[in-house]
Design a protein around this ligand. Structure first.
Ligand SMILES: *[C@@H]1O[C@H](CO)[C@@H](O)[C@H](O)[C@H]1NC(C)=O
Ligand SMILES: *[C@@H]1O[C@H](CO)[C@@H](O)[C@H](O)[C@H]1NC(C)=O
Ligand SMILES: *[C@@H]1O[C@H](CO)[C@@H](O)[C@H](O)[C@H]1NC(C)=O
Ligand SMILES: *[C@@H]1O[C@H](CO)[C@@H](O)[C@H](O)[C@H]1NC(C)=O
Ligand SMILES: *[C@@H]1O[C@H](CO)[C@@H](O)[C@H](O)[C@H]1NC(C)=O
Ligand SMILES: *[C@@H]1O[C@H](CO)[C@@H](O)[C@H](O)[C@H]1NC(C)=O
Length: 244
C-alpha cells in the first residue's frame, strides 16, 4: 500500500498556564431580570444576554431572533450549549482546492482567537483534523504551540472509510491544554505523486479543530464530497473550557 501518514509534533516554547478546574456552577439560571433561554438553548449565569446580564463582557451572548427558533451567538459563532465548565460553538473549516493541473483554485484559512485575557481555552478533548491525500497542514499558535498533520495517498483504495480517522486521507492530532488561539496553514505536498491523478478523487484539502466524537470520516466519499465543509461546520462543534 503506497500510503504514508506521518504525524509530527514539535512544541515550541510552551508557556501555558494551566487553568484551574471550574468551581462555578451555572445551575441553569440566568441573573434575575435576564433572559434564560435563546430559542432552545439555556443561557445560564455567568453567561448572559443583554446589558448587565453576564459577569463580564467575555460572557456576553447575543440572541439573534431573526432565526426561528432564535439562535444564541458568542461573537460571530453560534453557541450550541453551555455546561458548568464548557460551551460548544460553531466551527470554521480551512480549505485548499486545486484544478486538474494542480493550480490552487481556493485557499481559505481557518483561525479562532479567544484573546489572551479571555477566560476561555480550547478543550484538549478537541482534535485537529486534516482531510487530504496530498497535503501538509500546520496547526499553530506561534507563541505557544505548533503541531501538524501530513496525509498522503495514491488512490481511493488507500483510504479507509470505517468511520474512524485512522488511515489514508484522514489525520488527527491533539490539542494542547490551555490553547486560546490557533490558525491553520496548508502546504501542497505530493512527494512525487501525480497531482492530476490525486485531483480526480481528492480535489480539496480540509482542516479544522473540533470534537472528534462528532466527526465521522466516511472515507473516499468524503474526499470528493462538495458538501464536506458545510457538513462539518454544521455538525462538528468546537468544545471550549471556561472558568469564571
Ligand atoms: C451545574 O452544576 C450544578 C450543581 O452540581 C447542577 O445542579 C446544574 O444542573 C449544573 N448545570 C449544568 C448546566 O450542567
Ligand atoms: C427546539 O425545540 C423544539 C421543541 O422541543 C424542537 O421541536 C425543535 O426541533 C428544536 N429545534 C432545534 C433547532 O433544535
Ligand atoms: C449596569 O450596572 C451598573 C452597576 O450596577 C449600573 O450603574 C448601570 O447603570 C447598569 N447598566 C445598565 C444598562 O443597566
Ligand atoms: C442575525 O442573523 C441574520 C442572518 O444571519 C443576520 O443577517 C443579522 O445581521 C443577525 N443579527 C444580529 C443582530 O447579529
Ligand atoms: C450539549 O451539546 C452536546 C452536543 O450537541 C450534547 O451532546 C450535550 O448533551 C449537550 N449538553 C447539554 C447540557 O445540553
Ligand atoms: C495552471 O497550470 C498550468 C500548467 O502548469 C499552467 O500552464 C497555467 O498557466 C496555470 N493556470 C493558472 C490560471 O495559473
Amino acid at each position: 500500500m503506497q500510503l504514508l501518514v506521518l504525524v509530527f509534533w514539535f512544541c515550541l516554547t510552551i508557556t501555558i498556564i494551566a487553568t484551574a478546574a471550574a468551581t462555578t456552577n451555572t445551575n441553569n439560571i440566568a441573573k434575575p431580570g435576564c433572559q434564560t433561554k435563546c430559542g432552545n438553548v439555556t443561557i445560564s449565569y455567568p453567561f448572559g444576554i443583554g446589558p448587565n446580564c453576564s459577569i463580564n463582557p467575555w460572557f456576553d451572548i447575543t440572541c439573534n431572533t431573526s432565526f426561528s427558533p432564535p439562535k444564541p451567538f458568542y461573537g460571530s459563532r453560534e453557541l450550541y450549549n453551555v455546561t458548568n465548565s464548557t460551551f460548544r460553538m460553531g466551527n470554521t473549516v480551512a480549505s485548499r482546492c486545486y484544478d486538474q493541473y494542480g493550480n490552487i483554485t481556493e485557499n481559505i484559512f481557518a483561525y479562532t482567537k479567544m484573546g489572551n485575557e479571555s477566560p476561555f481555552t480550547f478543550s484538549p478533548l478537541n482534535k485537529f483534523t486534516l482531510i487530504s491525500c496530498s497535503d501538509l497542514t500546520i496547526f499553530s499558535d506561534p507563541d505557544q504551540f505548533t503541531t501538524g498533520c501530513l496525509s498522503l495517498c495514491s488512490s481511493p483504495d488507500d483510504v479507509i472509510g470505517d468511520g474512524s480517522c485512522s488511515g489514508g486521507g484522514c489525520c488527527q492530532t491533539s490539542v494542547v491544554k490551555g490553547l486560546k488561539y490557533y490558525f491553520t496553514m496548508t502546504m501542497s505536498r505530493t512527494y512525487g505523486r501525480d497531482r492530476s491523478a490525486i485531483w480526480k478523487f481528492n480535489p480539496c484539502t480540509y482542516s479544522f479543530m473540533g470534537e472528534p466524537e462528532r466527526f465521522t470520516f466516511r472515507g473516499a466519499s468524503d474526499l470528493i464530497d462538495p458538501n464536506f465543509k458545510t457538513r462539518v461546520m454544521a455538525t462538528v462543534p468546537i468544545l471550549m473550557d471556561w472558568v469564571r
